[in-house]
Each structure stands twice: as C-alpha cells, then as structure tokens.
Design a protein around this ligand. Structure first.
Ligand code: ADP
Length: 485
C-alpha cells in the first residue's frame, strides 16, 4: 500500500478521535447546564456511544500497523492489477510517441548565426554524401551538443539540418524520458535509437537533455539514472558510420554529467549566444520579408539587445497584430512600440537592457576582451581560457584572472561592485578550489582569489582609457575583434 493511503488512514483515525472528544465535551457541557430539562436517557446513550468511539479510535491507533497490513492484504490484488494496467497503458503511450517527422525547415529559415550553420553544414554533407567520408575512413561525431540560452534557435537549427539533409527527424524532449516507472525511460531511449537506426540516415534531437543528463550523485533518482545510463550505452553501441546523428540541446553545459561529454558521445559542442546586432537585423529582416514597414530597421536592431531570436520573432508578430487592429497595411513605429511594451511586461526570459545596464555589460565584456586578448561579443557567455593538459601554477592563476576580469573591470570603472555573471565567479572559485584541494599548490582559496583580484585591480586601473575605448566599441558593434585590442 502506498505511503499516501497510510497517511490517509492515520489522518482519519486522528479526526475520529478528535470529533469524539469535541462531541463528548459538548454533551457533558449541555448536561451540566440543563440537567433538570433532561427527561430521557438519550443523552446518556450518546455519551456511551461517544466513549465507545473514542476507545475504538485509541485501539485503532495502537493497532495501526496490523490494521494497515490487513487492509493492504485485501486491497493488494486490486491495486496491483491497477498498476499493471497503468504500466501497460504508459508502455503503449511510449511506443506510440516515438515517430519521425520529415522536416521542411532549411538553413534559409535560420537567420544569422552563420558560424553555427557553417559548423553543422559538415553534418548535412555527411548525411547527403556518406560515401565521400567512408572512402577515407572518416567518422563523424555521433553527438553534437548545442549549448545556449532559450529561444536562440537550437531546435530550429537541428530541424534545419534534418531538412537540408532530407532525413527523418526524431524529436524528443529530455523531460519526456523521465517516467514514473523505473525502467520506462530507458526503454524509451532504446526504442528511440532502434527506430532511428531503422530509418537511418536520421537525426535524433533531444531537447533539454539536462532533464536526464544532469550530473549523477547527491540525491539519487533511479529512473533518471537508468535512463541516462541507457542513453550512454546506446551512444556507445552504434558506430559513427551508422548514419544516426544525435543532436542535443541544453542551456547549461556545466550541469551535465561528464560521461555524456566524453569522446564518442557528445564530443562536438556548438555554442549559441543571444543574437548580436547584425544577427538581430537579419532575423528581423527574415520575419519582415514581404511586409511593408515604415521604421528604422537598424535602430530597432540596435534597441533590441538582449532579445533572443524567438523574442524578435514574437515582437514582429505582435507588431503585425497591432497593425491589423489599426486596420492598416503598413507596419509603423507605433506598432513596434506596442509590441515591445507587451514583450517587456510579459516575458521574463527576455533579457532587457536599458542604456545603463548595457553599459555595465559592455564594460564587463570589454575588460574580458582586454585581459584574454581574444574576440568577445556583448552577449557572449564563455570566457576564453588556457586549455592545457598539465597547466603550471601560473597558468592556473591566469585562468582565474580571466574569469574574474569582467567583474573587476566593472568595479574599477564604476567604482562599485555589480552582480553580473555569477557563472564566471563560480568557475574562478572552482579552479581555486582545485589548486588548493587537489594539487595542494596553495593553502587558502580566499587568499588566492584576493591575490588575483588585487593584481587585476592594479592592471585594469592602469588601463582605464583602453577599457573605455573598448567599451565604446562594444556598445557600437556589440563585438570586439582581436585586431581592435
Ligand atoms: P531554442 O531551441 O534555442 O529554445 P527554438 O529553436 O525553439 O529555440 O526557437 C524558437 C523560435 O524562435 C523558432 O521557432 C523561430 O521562430 C525563432 N528563431 C530562433 N532562432 C532563430 C533564427 N536564428 N532565425 C530565425 N528564427 C529564429
């Protein structure tokens, strides 16, 4: 019997005892107040009955365990068969849920993000002309992980890959694998891969893979773990030449289990950022194609920093709705304003930056570019670090410095601390932790971090003019290239 029904039984008994006590008190009180009006014995019967009820409740409470076993025995057959029915039902549901679609999306439907498209074109080519690759024994990655915030086109681009290659597209969200019954998620993974292999060449797309792919350990969840293990087994079980390519999407790569990121699994990663000014213009152009409009497109692209591609699509749609409401045929600035207001109030996930906030982010990113000496865009989230197998102590410190550069840059220029990118700080601390705990190169994490911070403060304060120049560049172009540093 479930925990739930045990609780219910316990609750019922408590309720019974409580009502008996209350009624008993009421009866005694009435008896005491108006004993001369009581002609019949019914009151005494009532009291006896209530005492009996109370005694029964106490007895039931004492014998609770035995009672529960008794009830369980009698209801067991029924609930077991019910569970079987439910399991059968969900099994059938799982089986019928997995099917491929023929994607009609192509790269033409994806505006901007040309670097991402270029990375995925190789996969399209492989799916179109596998022989070309087999001839030289080249194996393509089995898994591609698309990493980026919501609404930047991860699903869209995966569909476009399937559409361009004209292969079946199997879409599954990570959450759909997490079933109530242990083993069902794993079964679904097996079935998904079996069907994909049968229809190969094919694309399997797993959206929000973190739902099953989170780091193991800590609070265990048997169902999620068995599903993840099955996914790992399936990915190991087919060769790069089977024609099945798995594309997965996540917002946060850092929460994923390392086993998923190992060679032979999702070993290719493609990062997608919120669109930069050029991309935003291209996305707006795509959604405004064939429509008449009378507003400055460049200005709109510049004023929508922080909008995801999906938010831009919604913005145009809302503006068009307003135009229709006005009974007009030409989109104008007022439609855009109405749509922007709706989005600003309605959508929390849209990162909206006013001029001041944009400036703070620009200083953060400009400082990052200055310290790392690498290309940084306004909405970039990653930090370019030294990637070495055997880093020296100084190289490890350099990486901590790179993670802290943005926040110290803002502190130096704005003369106060701002809460911007906690992920960078986390990375700096996790590295400092490694230096102290794993490699025993230093004694204290805080001392280490403070030392790096102080060095950064000195270096950045000596270069305020450069940071300012870079900030202006960042505000204008939303990107700083290496030759501008
Ligand atoms: P994600 O999977 O990253 O959350 P989606 O691919 O689901 O984002 O994007 C949601 C919608 O936003 C798409 O259906 C499309 O209308 C629009 N969109 C996103 N990125 C682009 C893009 N690069 N070009 C055109 N439209 C886009």
């Amino acid at each position: 019997m479930s925990q739930n029904s045990n609780n219910k039984l316990d609750k019922n008994m408590k309720l019974m005892a409580l009502s008996a006590i209350i009624l008993l008190v009421l009866f005694l009180y009435t008896l005491y107040k108006s004993s001369e009006h009581i002609k019949t014995n019914s009151y005494y019967f009532g009291i006896v009955f209530l005492l009996f009820l109370l005694a029964f409740a106490i007895f039931a409470k004492i014998k609770q365990k035995k009672l529960q076993t008794f009830i369980k025995k009698n209801s067991n057959d029924k609930s077991f068969s019910q569970e079987l029915d439910q399991a059968q039902e969900s099994k059938e549901q799982i089986s019928s849920n997995i099917s491929a679609v023929n994607s009609t999306t192509t790269f033409k439907d994806v505006a901007g993000i040309s670097e991402v498209k270029a990375e995925l074109e190789e996969i399209v080519d492989f799916l179109n002309k596998p022989k070309k690759y087999f001839e030289f024994g080249v194996k393509l990655p089995k898994g591609v992980l698309l990493v980026g915030p919501p609404g930047v086109g991860k699903t869209l681009i995966a569909r476009a890959v399937a559409g361009e290659a004209e292969v079946p597209f199997f879409y599954q969200s990570g959450a759909s694998f997490v079933q109530i019954y242990v083993g069902m998620g794993a079964k679904k993974v097996r079935e998904l891969f079996m069907k994909a292999k049968q229809s190969a060449p094919a694309i399997v797309f797993i959206d929000e893979i973190d739902a099953i792919g989170k780091k193991r350990g800590g609070k265990t969840n048997d169902e999620r773990e068995s599903t993840l293990n099955e996914l790992l087994t399936q990915m190991d079980g087919f060769e790069g030449d089977s024609g099945v390519i798995v594309i997965a999407a996540t917002n946060k790569i850092e929460v994923l289990d390392e086993a998923l990121l190992r060679a032979g699994r999702f070993d290719r990663r493609v990062f997608l950022n919120l669109p930069n000014i050029e991309d935003r213009k291209k996305i707006l152009e795509l959604y405004l194609k064939g429509k008449h409009f009378e507003f400055d497109l460049d200005k709109l692209a510049s004023l929508t920093s922080g909008f995801s591609s999906a938010a831009l699509a919604t913005l145009v749609n809302e503006a068009l709705l307003n135009m229709i409401k006005r009974d007009a045929k030409v989109l104008n600035q007022s439609d855009i304003e109405v749509a922007k207001n709706k989005l600003e109030f309605g959508k929390k996930e849209t990162l909206l930056l006013d001029e001041e906030q944009k400036e703070i982010l620009a200083i953060y990113q400009a400082s990052k570019a200055f310290i790392t000496k690498s290309k940084v865009a306004l909405l970039d989230q990653k930090v370019s670090t030294l990637d070495l197998v055997y880093p020296s102590y100084n190289q490890l410190l350099e990486n901590i410095k790179r993670y802290l550069a943005g926040s110290i840059g803002v502190e130096v220029i704005k003369k106060q601390k701002y809460a911007i990118n906690s992920y960078d700080i986390e990375q700096a601390y996790s590295l400092a932790n490694k230096i102290v705990d794993e490699y025993k190169m230093a004694k204290d994490i805080e001392v280490l971090i403070e030392e790096v911070r102080n060095n950064l403060r000195t270096e950045l304060s000596q270069n305020v003019t450069t940071i300012d120049r870079l900030k202006e560049l960042m505000l204008k172009n939303e990107v700083i290239d290496t030759n501008e540093l």
